[in-house]
Design a binder for this molecule. Structure first.
Ligand code: GMT
Length: 378
């Protein structure tokens, strides 16, 4: 490959799939020798070790009495322009069209350099349109004025083209996981510590408990499953739906079988004691959490929406069911959990799928290729 590049990365650094991908990408690019500059409102949460070639530039948003709203977008654009100029950045890779692509376009004008803008769509921009169609033109502008645009699944490319109709080709670049972290580990001690009996199957759900994640469906499906086999449900994460989910757990008399673990790191340890993952969202452009589970050998049941069927292969490493079809979800779960040979096969296939289609080395290589294509001579 060519010369080492100077790359700026902007994302929402808080917990969430897009922040995870942007941070992991920065770390892996740094390991390949590139100089990475995170330009974000707080330090990315997965940036948990020192890298000599990763820099962090904090966007400070001041709240002046004269402004009704704090000017985050302008502050971000100014910081981007400052870093682009001072550090001679060649690439600004932003995650989300709004506001980050728009900020990058403004920053490029302010800096007066030919920094190339790469925008990755994660789906939330498109979802937002369901609430606020007045943003369509802004999203289209962000996409069209970027030098290169990627989306995390074919489904998201299709959805963006349909809803936004940009005059710009969007390339699918799948998400990835760090396979050094996400793999089966020995964490069997957790079973005993959580009070999971040797004959119990473990079902896991991980999300930010937003309404689109339909965590209540997870609980309802588990209620049916646990009527037929001994099982425990691990609910990992926290968010707006937590109160109603807790209420449902109590109403269904499941409190001794559902473990509410809240937000957790080191998820590979929880996946390694799990037999099945449920991802029953009504919107999901990719479903990074399914990929993380699969890498640890956990088959998944997901819903037939967005990018989920591109990650979970029906009848191979898991099952795909319609949103809200609790009956079918429970039936497929029982089918898989009561057939050890099939379960073992799905578990092997899950690990193999991750290696085939979502290896970090290949995906980071795809992003690198895009950067070099935009910078001929580098
Ligand atoms: O799903 C969320 O609530 C978080 C959201 C985000 O912007 O971080 O996740 C989106 O990006 C992830 C990484 O590409 C995808 O795995 C998720 O499927 C996607 N979420 C939605 O499309 C709802």
């Amino acid at each position: 490959m060519g010369n080492k590049l100077k790359i700026g990365i902007t994302c929402y650094p808080s917990v969430g799939g897009s922040g995870v991908i942007a941070t992991e990408l920065g770390k892996l690019l740094a390991e390949r020798g590139h100089e990475i500059h995170f330009i974000t409102s707080s330090i990315p949460f997965r940036l948990n070790k020192m890298y000599h070639n990763i820099y962090y530039h904090q966007v400070e948003v001041n709240q002046y009495a004269v402004f009704q709203y704090p000017p985050y977008d302008i502050a971000l654009a100014s910081k981007m322009a400052e870093v682009v100029k001072r550090e001679n950045l060649q690439i600004l890779h932003v995650h989300y069209a709004i506001p980050h692509a728009i900020c990058a376009i403004l920053a490029k004008q302010m800096a007066g350099t030919d920094v190339k803008i790469v925008t990755t769509l994660h789906g939330t921009d498109i979802t937002v349109l369901g609430y606020d169609p007045s943003l369509t033109d802004a999203i289209r502008f962000g996409i069209e004025k970027s030098d290169y645009v990627t989306a995390v699944s074919k489904a998201l490319v299709g959805q963006t083209n349909e809803l936004i109709q940009p005059q710009k080709e969007i390339q699918t670049v799948y998400n990835f996981i760090d396979e050094r972290v996400y793999k089966k580990v020995n964490s069997n001690h957790l079973r005993e510590e959580y009070g999971i009996l040797p004959n119990e199957k473990v079902i896991i759900h991980v999300s930010n408990f937003r309404a689109v994640k339909r965590v209540q469906d997870v609980v309802k499906a588990f209620a049916k499953i646990s009527k037929s086999i001994p099982a425990k449900l691990l609910l990992v994460g926290d968010g707006p739906e937590m109160t109603v989910v807790c209420r449902l757990v109590n109403e269904l008399n499941l409190s001794n079988r559902v473990l509410l673990l809240g937000r957790q790191d080191n998820l590979e340890e929880l996946y390694s004691i799990s037999d099945l993952k449920l991802l029953l969202s009504s919107k999901e452009s990719f479903g990074l959490v399914a990929l993380e589970a699969m890498a640890c050998g956990v088959p998944c049941i997901g819903t037939n929406i967005g990018g989920i069927p591109e990650v979970i292969k029906d009848g191979k490493n898991g099952y795909i069911c319609e949103v809200g079809d609790i009956e079918a979800i429970a039936e497929k779960a029982l089918y898989l959990l009561t057939d050890p040979v099939l379960h073992e096969e799905f578990s092997r296939n899950a690990v193999a799928s991750v290696k085939e289609d979502f290896m970090s080395r290949n995906i980071v290589g795809e992003y690198e290729e895009i950067y070099y294509r935009l910078l001929p001579g580098s």
